[in-house]
Design a protein around this ligand. Sequence first.
Ligand code: SF4
Ligand code: SF4
Length: 256
Amino acid sequence: MNRTPTLAVWKFASCDGCQLTLLDCEDELLPLADRVRIAHFTEASSATVAGPYDLSLVEGSITTPDDLERIHRIREQSSTLVTIGACATAGGIQALRNLSGVEQYAAVVYAEPGYIDSLDASTPISAHVPVDFELRGCPIDKGQLIEVITAYLAGREPDVPAHSVCFECKQRGTPCVMVTQGTPCLGPVTHAGCGALCPSLGRGCYGCFGPMNTPNTDALSRQLAASGMPDGTRRRLYRTFNAAADAFARAAERRP
Ligand code: SF4
Ligand code: SF4
């Protein structure tokens, strides 16, 4: 590619935390700015350049009829489309509403629910358009984000390992909180990326990065049950950030 490649950042239903991770790159953003033209990123600038775009980063889940139309337009304009964060890759925290009727929530939250035009479910971007790469996390990890952007600029596949958080615990020499303290931990089934932050502070993993590749949730559920965790607590543990991710959704339903 001889011309400067263009990068666009798009927002759907989300808290903006993953876009803030890009702004938080600070030291890395300046060298990146020399190699890429940021054509659309309303979190950072109101200036916008019309597509097509070489690389689109998409944050947020699909929750309204307008979202549905917009994601198809963005896909048509993007050579490569990468979803960033639990909202975009698994429906996010807002997918908790998929477990019940959206009308019930709208009636409780809004004074005039009639103005709300919402789909029945919060769904990941990949449920609607082809996605080239999914970057997990709530929020995403800065190092993994830079790896994904530089990989696509260099024309190669991103090197983002899909192993579990346990691997990161071992890497940093953190004693296992489940073994040493009996603290419940989703680390054995959760995608790496946070650097085992919570276990390093003596807390169990909350599963922010969603399921790792081939997670053995049955084994973990048996362990959680054996340690005395009630069914309802185990269900909530799997459902916090990635309730609609297939492996966690199935694990929440299944009794060990
Ligand atoms: S994945 Fe988490 S941090 Fe990122 S936009 Fe969604 S709620 Fe915010
Ligand atoms: S603390 Fe959690 S993530 Fe770390 S090794 Fe133990 S089970 Fe795995």
